[in-house]
Design a protein around this ligand. Structure first.
Ligand SMILES: Cc1cc2nc3c(=O)[nH]c(=O)nc-3n(C[C@H](O)[C@H](O)[C@H](O)COP(=O)(O)O)c2cc1C
Length: 207
């Protein structure tokens, strides 16, 4: 679980801990990775990750890439900043997902994912759409809840009063746990992984 907020123990963290608590009750271990407050560089398209599988800017994106392969599922949390995900989590996810793809690490392939958004008031659904796009490009099954995964508040105490938001977090966690257990059972039963096709990049040019 990634806390993409500049606040280590803020509203996003409060939502993530509700998900973590429920996942733990379901027998799933969790870890919350805070991206921190230091500046994170956006992708400069240098493509050195093609050779190294890591980002040329050795920041929290690389720390996360070092542990991502060992995780079975992912939750990325972000506060809303100007009706979008924060600049920091956007830079972080650009570098993480691009390095992973170009470096051929396959840390995310067929691993369930979800995003959790926190806002004082508005911009949650655009941020939700934005972050889900990383997952659907990466062949990650997106786990849903019974609403879009958001909590409201300007401080953690507000989030604790958002009872519907907290319920959405718990439902999300149980759905994620159920999927993880089904996937494990399927793998044990010998259900084969999907047949892979060579990637095509036509850039809309047809001839
Ligand atoms: C630069 C900045 C921009 C923000 N923009 C929005 C916004 O567009 N909509 C909103 O509802 N809240 C906005 N907020 C408030 C935060 O999204 C909100 O307080 C959030 O719950 C904080 O989560 P955190 O404690 O995990 O950082 C903004 C906060 C900051 C610092």
């Amino acid at each position: 679980m990634v806390n993409g907020s500049p606040h280590e123990k803020g509203c996003t963290y409060t939502a993530l801990t509700e998900v973590a608590k429920t996942l733990n009750e379901e027998g799933i271990d969790t870890e919350i990775f805070w991206i921190g407050k230091k500046p994170l560089t956006g992708c400069t398209a240098c493509k050195s990750c093609t050779k190294t599988g890591r980002c040329a800017f050795n920041d929290r994106a690389n720390d996360f890439l070092d542990i991502a392969k060992g995780a079975d599922g992912f939750i990325f949390g972000s506060p809303v900043h100007y009706a979008s995900a924060t600049g920091a989590i956007t830079s972080f996810m650009d570098c993480v997902f691009y390095s992973d793809l170009l470096g051929g690490r396959q840390s995310f392939y067929l691993k369930p994912a979800a995003t959790v958004i926190s806002a004082r008031r508005a911009g949650t659904t655009t941020t939700f759409d934005q972050l889900n796009k990383y997952f659907t490009l990466s062949e990650m099954p997106v786990i849903s809840s019974r609403y879009w995964n958001m909590v409201h508040g300007a401080k953690p105490e507000d989030v604790k009063k958002d009872l519907e938001g907290l319920q959405i977090m718990r439902v999300l966690a149980r759905n994620m746990a159920w999927f993880l257990k089904c996937k494990e059972a399927g793998m044990k039963a010998g259900v084969p992984l999907p047949v892979k096709e060579e990637r095509m990049s036509t850039n809309f040019i047809r001839e």
